[in-house]
Design a protein. Structure first.
Length: 227
């Protein structure tokens, strides 16, 4: 699929994982072709390109194929070296990976907790708040505008869903997780992210997200998690 230098991204319009890849390519100024995938009726191309997970995003760079958004981000950063996304210092780089992985492991709880009911909801919300408290500590007392420093980097891109998707989940689930008083540094960070044209102008439409997640919530509630 593709000539030596062509870049293609298989995506799904609302996927926060896909948006990471699109933003990284835009930061690097790499032209790409975007191919919308129906994740509820997967194409044979997706199954062939990502046989292990059959998920988007998939990046196709010439003959090279990669899946998993955080892996793709590192590939993009190492392939197009200008405007680095990763910290240059090895320890800072390791820390960025640590936080990205740690928050990623909680992602299902964050989305699920906003939609569940009763004890599951309480437990999930408690876990969400704990991980956000840890992130808040990371930002507090630093003069950095972003996790990446003066401009956005790898960790900002990985965590950006907190700025635009978490509020949608909160609205759909009628909960508040990112409380401004409790998380002043994180709240300011989300505000700064959303002011960036790169992010602001390349988000899924708010009304479509709300409708999509309302429907997802109905599906999840009719099939609740087991305790
Ligand atoms: N860990 C993966 C997650 C990707 C993912 O879950 N993608 C969703 C779309 S948001 C998907 O393709 N889902 C299809 C499925 O679960 O079968 C990444 O970071 O790329």
């Amino acid at each position: 699929m593709g000539d030596k230098d062509t870049v293609k991204v298989l995506g799904f319009w609302v996927s926060p994982f896909v948006h990471r890849v699109l933003w990284a390519l835009k930061i690097k100024g790499v032209d790409y072709e975007y191919i919308e995938e129906d994740i509820f009726n997967k194409s044979s191309t997706l199954k062939e390109l990502n046989p292990v997970h059959q998920k988007v995003p998939v990046l196709v760079h010439g003959q090279k194929v990669l899946a998993e958004s955080m892996v793709i981000l590192e590939y993009i950063d190492e392939t197009w070296k200008h405007c680095p996304l990763m910290p240059q210092d090895p320890y800072e780089r390791a820390l960025a990976r640590f936080w990205a992985k740690s928050v990623e492991e909680k992602l299902p709880e964050v989305s699920g907790a906003t939609w569940w009911r009763g004890k599951e909801k309480e437990r999930g919300l408690k876990q969400d708040i704990e991980i956000l408290e840890k992130l808040e500590e990371q930002l507090q007392g630093k003069s950095n505008l972003f996790f990446g420093g003066e401009s956005i980097g790898y960790l900002d891109i990985v965590l950006a869903w907190i700025s635009y998707m978490l509020p949608v989940w909160e609205e759909v689930g009628s909960v508040k997780i990112l409380d401004t008083c409790k998380f002043p540094a994180l709240t300011s960070w989300t505000g700064r992210l959303l002011e960036l044209p790169l992010i602001r102008d390349n988000l899924p439409p708010q009304d479509r997200m709300l409708e999509y997640f309302h429907n997802r919530r109905q599906e999840i509630l009719s099939n609740p998690p087991r305790t």
